[in-house]
Design a protein around this ligand. Sequence first.
Ligand code: SAH
Length: 286
Amino acid sequence: MHETALSPESNDSFNDQIRIVLVETSHSGNIGAVARAMKNMGLGNLWLVNPASFPDETSYARSAGASDVLDRAHVVSSLDEAVADCVMVMGTSARGRKVPWPVIPPPDAAATAVQQAGSGKVALVFGRENHGLSNDELQRCHYHIHIPSNPDYSSLNLAMAVQVICYELRMFHLKSLEEGESGPYLQPMVAPGDEGWDSPPATAGEVEGFFGHFEQTLVDVNFHRRDNPRHLIARMRRLFQRARMDQMEVNILRGVLSSIQKAAGTQSRKEQGAENAAGSQHKGQE
Ligand code: SAH
């Protein structure tokens, strides 16, 4: 049995499966307020991508006793690094973007996150105070979460947005505990990560490896130029993210790409090595 997501009362075991990721936060007070919001709801796994200032006095002052969350925070230099080992990535956004992405409301996001946390790590990603998450960052996500705020004034303070999402996570967790295994919140098996699926969900790092290989192959066969408007790649990212690929599917697709490159005479040595590794892994899993 997997470790329960969100331990009921977190005196010793903060949950390691669900992580809150803050991207390039400019006010360290907000980082402290986020730590507090998380701890109130029983969460403690905080990742910071290039914070403007951390650790510092302001963040600890605003954390109001949640300093242990700050002590344990991971500081990394890219979003890719923060989510590489996650099987589900959800980005939060106050507004819609050019290429629309699957958007889910906070309660559905919480249910999905807690369920996926049974089989792997889940990241909930929050953007900069001044301009949120970039399109590239949002395109690394399976889902976008929108808090249905006033459309004429839609942007919440960062820590308040984190609070809303963590509250929903907690509500779902408490409901699941109350209703146990027979509760209506248990989902049928529909995707990698669900109990009974035959291959583990691909991590964000594996999926990024695939996207890099995919784009290179499209360039090799002259279907795509990197200096073209990037909507083609955005749309392909959206397609594959929607499919929620498992590890075996990623390995097969990379094998296909390598064969295309071989036929086009463009496969590099490095890719040949990756293909051999993917091929043997694939054979091992069947
Ligand atoms: N001005 C920015 C919003 C920044 S608010 C913009 O227009 O995009 C800082 C962060 O809080 C956002 O990146 C997002 O992570 C979160 N946030 C704020 N309001 C939100 C909302 N209504 N729904 C989801 N997330 C929200």
